[in-house]
Design a protein around this ligand. Structure first.
Ligand SMILES: [Zn+2]
Length: 417
């Protein structure tokens, strides 16, 4: 076996030592620390029979050419949120590197199909608020016009920050050329949630990423003096919003994997001596099934109107953002399930609540699957983010098996053509 799963873990530890401070990982995309992480990654490629380049959107591509130009892509992202964890994204990149190294060695630098490792640019969107930057450019779903004028907290605009990293925002769509003859995309990631740990399982197969409906909901009532206004005549916008905040819980609980969150509430005038005249809230709902998601949204909307009427208020909705559910490839889900069972004995299938670059790759029509490994206490985007070392090694081994199965599948398909 040419796979060295221990080396993937020591690479992760090395990257952490290089790019984290007392508060956690600081590999924010388009920052000097991120560039440092990427330069470090390139030193890890020395001696490998590969070609490396950055594409028009800043994605990093490492290519091991095979007998065929049919491509298997492996990858994730090296960027982190500020004060982030050591594994989010980095695990997938360095596990992919271990797999690529093993395949290069076993096939004397020339596997049956081409293997490519991608480190997507700016998965997190931590600085400019635009997640999945590089993968959406690759997928052709990114319209730069909506993002061109974004600024970071220091007022630096996205266009200028990217220019400093050698990216011309008008040309990011040229990243699509990297799709080539891509036959499959595989991504290993930490779960970032508590499900696998609660089942005492190291690994799981990801069925797809949940669709998201994100809306701003504003209740309008009447500002009034808190001392002189009798309870019976109040039009309290917060009361209506509060009823909705409780009602979304039973709405989501009707379905096993649905989630619904009201994450922000602002009251106006927002003082201790006034009945709330206006209450601005946000709602985020997610499910893997588009029909379920649509019905949850309709129920939440109906409930908001009912509660507004009960409190003699009005309610208005405006969409912040949405994305459809993205189910992964059925054949690759089977391979991933097999790889996990062969490595760890038991597998489990679960949807992903967070979005990932894999969702964008799947939207580009490339068969895709993700594998999750357990997150301790379900924590991520936090310096406490962690996974047991033995689980990390198992994850690398299972991911290698998945890559081998997919490689065989693609080369057989290629022969059949
Ligand atoms: Zn991630």
């Amino acid at each position: 076996m040419s796979l060295d799963s221990r080396r993937a873990v020591s690479d992760l530890q090395e990257l952490r030592a290089l790019t984290a401070d007392d508060h956690g990982a600081q590999r924010i995309a388009w920052s000097p620390m991120w560039l440092k992480a990427r330069a470090w990654f390139q030193t890890k490629l020395q001696g490998l029979p590969i070609e490396h380049h950055y594409d028009a959107a800043g994605n990093s591509w490492t290519t091991l050419h095979g007998d065929s130009d049919r491509i298997l892509i492996l990858g994730s992202h090296l960027d982190s949120v500020p004060n982030g964890g050591w594994l989010d994204g980095a695990l997938g990149v360095l596990a992919s590197l271990a797999v690529l190294r093993g395949i290069a060695e076993e096939f004397n630098g020339k596997p049956p199909i081409t293997i490519r490792l991608v480190d997507w640019a700016d998965e997190e969107g931590a600085r400019f608020g635009r997640s999945l930057f590089g993968s959406s450019a690759f997928a052709g779903t990114h319209t730069i016009e909506a993002d061109r004028s974004r600024t970071d907290r220091d007022g630096v605009c996205l266009e200028d920050a990217l220019k400093q990293c050698g990216i011309n925002v008008d040309r990011i769509g040229e990243s699509a050329i990297e799709r080539g003859k891509a036959g499959a995309y595989l991504e290993l990631h930490i779960e970032q949630g508590p499900v696998l740990e609660s089942m005492q399982l190291p690994l799981g197969v990801v069925l797809g990423t949940k669709g998201v409906e994100r809306h701003a909901i504003t209740f309008h009532g009447q500002e009034a003096h808190s001392g002189s206004t009798p309870m019976a005549v109040r039009r309290d916008a917060l009361a209506a919003a509060a009823k909705l905040a409780l009602e979304i819980r039973p709405i989501a609980r009707k379905h096993p994997d649905s989630v619904a969150t009201m994450g922000s509430v602002k009251t106006f005038p927002g003082i201790v001596t006034a009945v709330v005249g206006r209450c601005e809230t946000t709602l985020d709902m997610r499910d893997l099934d588009a029909t379920v998601l649509a019905s949850m949204l309709a129920e939440a909307r109906a409930a908001s109107e009912r509660f507004a009427a009960e409190e003699r208020c009005t309610v208005e909705w405006s969409k912040i953002w949405n994305i459809e559910p993205i189910p992964f490839d059925p054949q690759l889900i089977e391979f991933c399930d097999e790889a996990i069972r062969e490595t760890a004995g038991t597998s489990h299938r679960l949807p992903s609540g967070p979005l990932h670059d894999a969702a964008e790759v799947s939207r580009a029509g490339i068969p895709t699957v993700m594998m999750f490994t357990q997150s301790l206490a379900g924590l991520s985007h936090n310096k406490a983010e962690d996974t047991k070392i033995e689980h990390l090694e198992l994850a690398v081994q299972a991911f290698d098996r998945l890559a081998r199965k997919t490689m065989t599948w693609l080369s057989e398909k290629e022969k059949a053509v």
